[in-house]
Design a protein around this ligand. Structure first.
Ligand code: OGA
Ligand code: NI
Length: 340
């Protein structure tokens, strides 16, 4: 618990508490000036054919895009942001009940990341919650303080997950998979919310909030809030694009499972979070995941249509998660374990 960046005693860090926060020189921001490219912002209220084309183009080109007019009420987004920020402002004693260093526990408050493979540390605290299906047991595992937390999370997560499922349907239509390909087991595992909290950092030049990583799941919807910090790899050679906050938008990206199921048609792209000295940043990431026993492999229909061999072997999601824990977050090390 004392490891939390935002513990009461250390709410304003004057210096890095620990040399392990200093990332290797080649990973420090800015590794090179952030690129000028911007993520497309797609209006989901446009006609379906236009949305489908835009989502597919953005997904193939950058692997990342933002969506607006997605149907999640702005108020539900604002309320969950406020409840999450309030959670991190609770006194340390109130947060202690949720804190755990046990990475196998789903619902927990922790610091840094599970991606540490050499003891390095990252400038973020995280509240991780299983959020689907929303039933009594799910709700009971969520923080009950601040008092508005559970209701706000529920009002947010139900429509947010639905947007994720709708995007999967649109992507299927776009690439020529049957529209319900990802329904059922492939999206029926846990849906996880990471509430990421990045306190002001005294050494933004030598730290990261999150290391370069690809997400482990199928699809991710990120509410990044009004403070920027997310960067997306673009064009190779250590170039990063800043993701500008767009009010009311979700940032959408594909996880490893979507890349593998589409035989590499949709790419899982590396991203990272940088720190800032002035203000705390809270982001809310929603991850839709397969069930642990789902078999993940390139879709037969796509292979047949393209006349291509599979680029990845088949595996269960459980196997993937086990391997992911040991190889670290970098895209190439994860790929190596599953590429044919
Ligand atoms: C994540 C993530 C980015 C952010 O939680 O996987 O990439 O901006 N978060 O917080
Ligand atoms: Ni991520």
């Amino acid at each position: 618990m004392e490891n939390l960046l935002l513990s009461a005693a250390s709410s304003a860090h004057q210096t890095l508490p620990d040399a392990r926060f200093v990332v290797p020189a080649e990973h420090r921001p800015p590794a090179s000036p952030a690129g000028a490219a911007t993520l497309p912002v797609i209006d989901l209220s446009l006609p379906r054919a236009a949305v489908r084309a835009a989502v597919l183009a953005a997904g193939r080109e950058l692997g990342f895009f933002q969506v607006v007019n997605h149907g999640v009420p702005l108020e539900a987004m604002r309320d969950v942001e406020a409840a999450c920020a309030d959670f991190f402002r609770l006194p340390a004693a109130a947060k202690a009940a949720y804190y755990s260093d046990d990475a196998d526990r789903t619902n927990r408050l922790f610091t840094s990341t599970v991606y540490e493979v050499a003891g390095e540390r990252y400038w973020r605290d995280c509240l991780r919650l299983a959020v689907f299906p929303v039933d009594d047991a799910t709700r009971a595992a969520w923080p009950d303080r601040p008092p508005a937390f559970r209701a706000a999370m529920e009002r947010f997560i139900v429509p947010t997950r639905a947007v994720g499922m709708e995007l999967l349907t649109l992507l299927c239509e776009g690439i020529g998979l049957r529209p319900d390909y990802f329904d059922g087991e492939l999206s029926g595992g846990a849906t996880i919310v990471n509430v990421n909290h990045y306190p002001p950092c005294p050494d933004t030049a030598r730290t990261l909030g999150l290391p370069p990583h690809c997400d482990r799941n199928l699809i991710t919807l990120l509410l990044q809030g009004p403070v920027s910090g997310l960067q997306v790899a673009h064009g190779g050679g250590g170039r990063w694009i800043d993701v500008e906050p767009v009010p009311g938008a979700f940032v959408v990206n594909f996880g490893h499972q979507l890349e593998i199921a589409t035989n590499g048609l949709l790419k899982s792209v590396e991203h990272r979070a940088v720190t800032n000295a002035a203000v705390a940043r809270t982001s809310v990431a929603t991850f839709i995941m397969p069930t642990m026993d789902s078999v993940i492999r390139p879709a037969d229909e796509l292979l047949a249509a393209a006349g291509e061999p599979p680029r990845y072997r088949s595996f269960t999601f459980r196997e993937f998660m086990g391997i992911y824990k040991t190889v670290g977050a970098r895209r190439e090390s994860v790929e190596k374990a599953f590429k044919i």
